[in-house]
Design a protein around this ligand. Sequence first.
Ligand SMILES: [Zn+2]
Length: 158
Amino acid sequence: MQRRSLITTAFALLALRPATAVAATEASFPFTLTEAEWRARLSPEAYAVLREEDTERAFTSPLNDEKRAGMFHCAGCDQAVFAAEHKFDSGTGWPSFWQEVPGAVGFREDRSFFMTRTEEHCSNCGGHLGHVFDDGPEPTGKRHCINGVALRFQPAAA
Ligand SMILES: [Zn+2]
């Protein structure tokens, strides 16, 4: 009897484990696609950044010099993530913003490359956008350092 209840307990724990692990590691986002669908939808460069947290080479994005009024959208799901009026020239070679569209990005601690940085991603699809630092201009003091390949610029209607 005792042995049987032990076995039952063991099976119950085994049954619980996968569900718990998935819930802990795989954040769910409103917009989800399969790996194959993401690969079909994105350029190889955008896939590497958005889905694998790669970083584009500095000074390679045409969006560095984008100065028109408009909105920057997530290249993964097209959610508006940064407004052009919050863009500034950080001199780093990556499009930089001092404020995000409220609620449009999520943050998490990133301990890769022997540093502790704050990673930021699209709140709708989970796509990696870049990192945020505390050396930005007023009024927020934040510097959102964003991969241009993770963005799509939509100029404001003239
Ligand atoms: Zn997105």
